[in-house]
Structure formats: structure tokens, C-alpha cells
Design a protein around this ligand. Structure first.
Ligand code: NAD
Length: 352
């Protein structure tokens, strides 16, 4: 194998720590380190795993890391200089502030869905537009909701042609550790003005799809739930729709015998399997919910684990931007194998 791609993670929170773990599982990538603003439990676990930690502002934070007994490896800028590509996982808007540094140091960078499409000029979803990211300096991986919609809509568009999509995103109010967004006791139309931004965001990776979206925030932290309605260009049978969905990677059709009735059950399944951080990176589509009428209208429910579904896309995006794999399918297969997607067997915990 040629030299491994050197990857740095700027921003080590919900997304950053998962991208770091996923990168460590790839034999064509090496994790240079992660940038942290201050020591905390995530920094503690990272350090115990031998991950190099680079404070964002060493002048401010060096003494805090020292007091916490966490060794630092240099400054954020030192980390960026050592890397071939930076995965920027900072909160929305900070990536924009970081871009000039990546430009100054001549580095490639991936931004996340909290940044505007225009910041990178290319938005990414592996199954939809892998080729567009090949060799690029800056690319944005679309948000968790858009990733979930893109995978699903792409599959049915390839299979049958999609005339129009209407999707309702029932969004989690915050991530499980996101106490600053709570306590929560409301259902919030977000945005109130319709349609929501998710449709235009989907069009950054699937430009020809007609789509209207609405979103509400709910008092839950576990997952998003999507209700998706699609008018197809032809009228397939329900079995044809189900078997098409089953052919695509990262779409998991929940069989009814599993008795998974809610997002809580989906996440409990992740826990029972012993998946790292309980992550369910696949679209979790209730097979029973898939219905097709005689005009080619499809309806279904899917649950989306917001903390993890875009992680495999970040891994594929690195391969595309670095030009180390030009074939989308080969990259996705490799990512899915190393992360154990679409195959629950490797994760099943040995119970005492
Ligand atoms: P987060 O708040 O969990 O993590 C961000 C991390 O960046 C924190 O550890 C924070 O301390 C650190 N940070 C803040 N300023 C920094 C700076 N200047 N330099 C380096 N690090 C800095 O946020 P997140 O949920 O991981 O979101 C990151 C990005 O991913 C956002 O664009 C978000 O929209 C997107 N995203 C989030 C989710 C989700 O559900 N959490 C899903 C998909 C995409």
C-alpha cells in the first residue's frame, strides 16, 4: 500500500470523535491527531487511546491540559501542517473562519453540514456524487438529515425515476449530551416558513430532484424520524420497491420480526449489538411502512441517527478528494466493511 493519507480532525465533538474513530479503522489513512479547545472527558478518552491532542489556542489552554494530566502534541496549526487533509468538525460557522488557514497552508479540508454549501462549492454524498469530489481542495459533507434523504431518494430515482418528493423531518431537539439545548418540552416548527432548507440542501447533491420538505423539532435526543412520500415515474410493485432498497448500501430495512417499534428500540439494538457508541450509521427504514399505491406513490418511515449517519460519507470523501480511490462503489464497500455497516454479525457482543 502506498503512503497512508494523513488526516487531522479539527473539532472533536459529536461528529469529530466519530470521524477520528472511523479514520483509525482505515488501512489507507493515518490519524495525525485531533484539535481540542480545552481538556474534557472526550480529550481524556482520546489521550488514553493514544490519539495526539493539539490545543486550538495553546497560549490559553496549555496550562489547563497540563493540569488535567493530558499531554499535548503542539498547536492546532502544527497539526494542520502535518496533515494532507483536515476534517473540520467544528460547530456550524467556525469552519468558515478556519478556511483561510487551510488556504494559507495549502491543505485540503472537508466541512460539515452546519456550513453553507457555498463555503466549499461542492457538497457530497457518497452514493450520489462521489465523482464530483475527486481531487477537490474543499468539499462539504451534507448534514445528517440530507444524508438520510439523499441515500434513499437516489436509490428509488435510479430504480424507477422520482417525479416528486415530499418529506417531513421529525428532528431530535438536541444530541444526547447537548444539555445547552434543553430542558425541552415543546414541538417546534423549525423553520416556521415553509418549505424548510432541507429540500434545497438535497439539491446540492441531487440537483434534478423536485422536493418539498418540512421539519419540526421534538423533545427527543436519540434520532430523527423521516416520513417520506415519493411519486415515482413508473408504478412498481411493493416487492420491487423493497428489493431495490435492499440492493443499496447504507439502507437497512428493519424486518417486522425484530419488533423494533421506535427510535428508542433502534438505539437499544445498537447498544445490544455492542456497536461503538451504539452508532446506527445506516438509514433505518421500517420495511412494514413501505407502501406503494397504484399511481406509483411510495410512503415510508425511516429513522436517522444524527450523530453517526454522515461518518461513512466523511471517510469516502477523504478517498475521493485525495484521489486514492476513483471508484465510488469500491470506496463505499471498503468503508462499510471496515465500519461493519450492513452486517450486524461482527458487532454482536459476547455476553458474559
Ligand atoms: P459539537 O459541538 O458536538 O462538536 C464541536 C467541537 O468543536 C466541540 O468539541 C468544540 O469544543 C469544538 N470547537 C469549537 N470551536 C472550535 C475551534 N475554533 N477549533 C476547533 N474546535 C472547536 O458539534 P457537532 O455536533 O459535532 O457538529 C459539528 C458539525 O457537524 C456542524 O457543522 C454540524 O452542523 C455538523 N453535523 C452535526 C450533526 C449532529 O447531529 N450532531 C450531524 C451531522 C452534521
Amino acid at each position: 500500500m502506498a503512503d497512508k493519507v494523513k488526516v487531522a480532525i479539527n473539532g472533536y465533538g459529536t461528529i469529530g470523535k466519530r470521524v477520528a474513530s472511523a479514520v483509525m479503522r482505515q488501512d489507507d489513512m493515518a490519524l495525525i491527531g485531533v484539535a481540542k479547545t480545552k481538556p474534557d472527558y472526550d480529550a481524556y478518552v482520546a489521550a488514553k487511546n493514544g490519539i495526539d491532542i493539539y490545543p486550538v489556542d495553546p497560549a490559553k489552554a496549555e496550562s489547563k491540559f497540563k493540569a488535567a494530566g493530558i499531554k499535548i502534541a503542539g498547536s492546532n496549526e502544527d497539526m494542520i501542517k502535518k496533515a494532507d487533509i483536515i476534517v473540520d468538525c467544528t460547530p456550524g460557522g467556525i469552519g468558515e473562519q478556519n478556511k483561510p488557514l487551510y488556504e494559507k497552508l495549502g491543505k485540503k479540508a472537508i466541512f460539515q453540514g452546519g456550513e453553507e454549501h457555498e463555503l466549499a462549492g461542492t457538497s457530497f454524498n457518497a452514493v450520489c456524487n462521489y465523482d464530483e469530489a475527486i481531487g477537490k481542495q474543499f468539499v462539504r459533507v451534507v448534514s445528517c438529515n440530507t444524508t438520510g434523504l439523499a441515500r434513499l431518494i437516489y436509490a428509488l430515482d435510479k430504480g424507477f425515476g422520482v417525479k416528486k418528493v415530499r418529506a417531513t423531518m421529525m428532528r431530535r431537539g438536541g444530541d444526547p449530551n447537548d444539555v445547552k439545548r434543553g430542558p425541552i418540552n415543546a414541538i417546534v416548527p423549525d423553520p416556521v416558513k415553509l418549505p424548510s432548507h432541507h429540500g434545497p440542501d438535497l439539491n446540492t447533491v441531487l440537483p434534478n430532484i423536485k422536493i418539498d420538505t418540512v421539519a419540526v423539532k421534538l423533545p427527543t435526543t436519540l434520532m430523527h424520524m423521516h416520513y417520506v412520500n415519493m411519486n415515482l415515474k413508473v408504478t412498481p410493485s411493493r416487492d420491487e420497491v423493497v428489493s431495490t432498497l435492499k440492493q443499496y448500501p447504507r439502507l437497512w430495512l428493519i424486518p417486522s420480526w425484530m419488533n423494533i417499534k421506535s427510535t428508542a428500540d433502534v438505539m437499544e439494538f445498537g447498544r445490544e449489538l455492542g456497536r461503538p457508541r451504539n452508532d446506527m450509521m445506516e438509514n433505518c427504514i421500517w420495511e412494514e411502512s413501505v407502501s406503494v399505491d397504484d399511481s406509483g406513490e411510495v410512503n415510508l418511515f425511516q429513522a436517522i441517527h444524527q450523530e453517526s449517519d454522515a461518518i461513512p460519507e466523511n471517510v469516502d470523501c477523504i478517498r475521493a478528494m485525495m484521489g486514492i480511490e476513483k471508484d465510488a462503489k469500491k470506496s463505499m464497500d471498503k468503508t462499510d466493511k471496515t465500519l461493519g455497516l450492513g452486517n450486524f454479525a461482527p458487532w454482536i457482543q459476547k455476553l458474559p
